[in-house]
Design a binder for this molecule. Structure first.
Ligand SMILES: *Cc1c(COP(=O)(O)O)cnc(C)c1O
Length: 413
């Protein structure tokens, strides 16, 4: 019996509609100011700092990747000893942060993640810091999928190893730390957020650098404006990282409704956990995780059939993806120019992960549909998997062109 094909995409971007805010747009145009940290950017930065962080300052940037490049360059300074060549980061993350390190002349050094929280492994970070203390120029932890990192631990690591920190908090706007403050609040190193259309804080392109240390914000602001500390006089390394006034208006409108967006997504995540009991979900830290989507892990026995699961779900009209697979150390460019240590848990989770739908207009009913189709498909495949030869056929069909493990091993410096 043919089932009806659903229409549940993995992400349905929903930034504020400027067409419904013509008056604000007209005001902006009348002001004659379209960029260069104009009044709309200033207002957004202030309101964000007040409502989410409560202390410190925010700096808007044109996107989080440029934000990471600038933050890294700032904390590295200009007279870095030559042997300080590594940026320590998890392999289980998005390409942007490794690119940002490479643009700064650094080599990504990949660490493993924690099996429960999928955050960078504290033990592995320590181990690599001890082993490469003189070679690690910066630590760049990722607050995985909007989860909370323990920033006091990074503060302490920074003191103990004399190493600066930049936090990739791309998906974390909306997350609340253990004290109920916006994730990053009070941290003295830069914390970089994205406002890309696919994030919880959806605009189009955009980002924010937060730092409790306002002098750092001031310096990074000048760096984002060609390194000018005085008009048209470069005193710092610079590029153009500014956010346009129209984009800042979109961000301001998103901030006005943001609490409701975050709460809706929290409920959807709760629903997923309810309808998929017994599945491996990411363990949340802090008071509130910000959910851009929902990830679950397939049973290890079904790992070879993940492509099949994805295809069958898509055939039923359910969007599904596999973030982050392949993880960075397995991507050709980073396997060539990065260095990987033991990444056992990363490899395991990246092989098993399924990224399930989440968006602002999604309903509890949609979650129920996704969950029941997923359970249905998995039990079908489990049935097939019990007969050996069928399983082999599926395995052969679903085996992805995986990148060779050796490429990393042979790249050890
Ligand atoms: C989205 C994302 C980025 C990049 O953000 P942009 O604003 O698109 O440049 C960086 N890191 C992670 C982990 C992300 O998810």
């Amino acid at each position: 019996m043919a089932k009806t094909v659903k229409n549940i995409p993995v992400i349905r971007p929903n930034p504020p509609r400027l067409s419904e805010h013509v008056r604000e747009l007209k005001d902006l145009e009348d002001s004659g100011i379209f960029s260069n940290f104009g009044p709309v950017n200033q207002r957004f930065e202030q309101e964000l700092a007040d409502t989410i962080f409560g202390t410190g300052q925010c700096l808007t940037v044109c996107n989080a990747t440029i934000g990471l490049m600038v933050a890294l360059r700032h904390v590295l300074g200009e007279d870095r000893p030559r042997e300080k060549r590594y940026a320590l980061m998890p392999s289980f993350t998005f390409a942007a942060v490794a690119h940002a390190a490479l643009w700064n002349g650094l080599t990504p050094l990949f660490c493993d993640i924690d099996r429960q929280t999928w955050l960078p492994s504290a033990e592995h970070e320590e181990e690599l810091l001890k082993k490469h203390q003189d070679e690690i120029a910066v630590v760049v932890p990722y607050a995985t999928f909007g989860n909370n990192l323990d920033l006091r631990r990074y503060d302490e690591l920074s003191e103990r190893f004399g190493v600066p920190i930049v936090v990739d908090a791309a998906a974390s706007l909306g997350a609340l730390d253990a004290y109920g403050k916006g994730f990053g609040s009070g941290f003295r190193w830069p914390v970089v957020f994205s406002m890309h259309a696919t994030k919880t804080f959806a605009t189009g392109e955009g980002g924010v650098i937060y730092c409790a240390d306002v002098d750092r914000v001031k310096t990074m602001r000048a760096m984002c404006s060609f390194g000018f500390e005085a008009p048209r006089v470069a005193t710092l390394p610079g590029l153009n990282g500014k956010l346009s006034e129209v984009s800042a208006l979109t961000a301001l409108l998103q901030l006005n409704r943001f609490e409701a967006v975050v709460e809706h997504r929290r409920l959807l995540s709760e629903a997923y956990r309810h309808y998929l009991p017994g599945w491996d979900h990411q363990e949340s830290r802090g008071k509130l995780q910000s959910f851009a989507f929902q990830s679950v892990l397939l049973e290890e026995s079904l790992t070879p059939m993940r492509t099949e699961v994805v295809e069958l779900l898509r055939a039923r009209g359910i969007g599904v993806s596999t973030y982050f697979s392949p993880h960075l150390a397995k991507q050709p460019y980073f396997s060539k120019y990065g260095v990987g240590a033991s990444l056992e848990i990363t490899q395991n989770i990246s092989e098993r992960i399924l990224t399930l739908p989440m968006f602002d207009t999604m309903t509890d009913r949609d979650v129920q549909d996704v969950a029941s189709d997923l359970i249905d498909i998995v039990s079908q495949l489990e049935g097939k998997a019990t007969t050996d030869d069928t399983c082999q056929v599926i395995e052969a069909k679903s085996s992805n062109p995986e990148y060779v493990e050796e490429s990393l091993a042979s790249n050890k410096s």
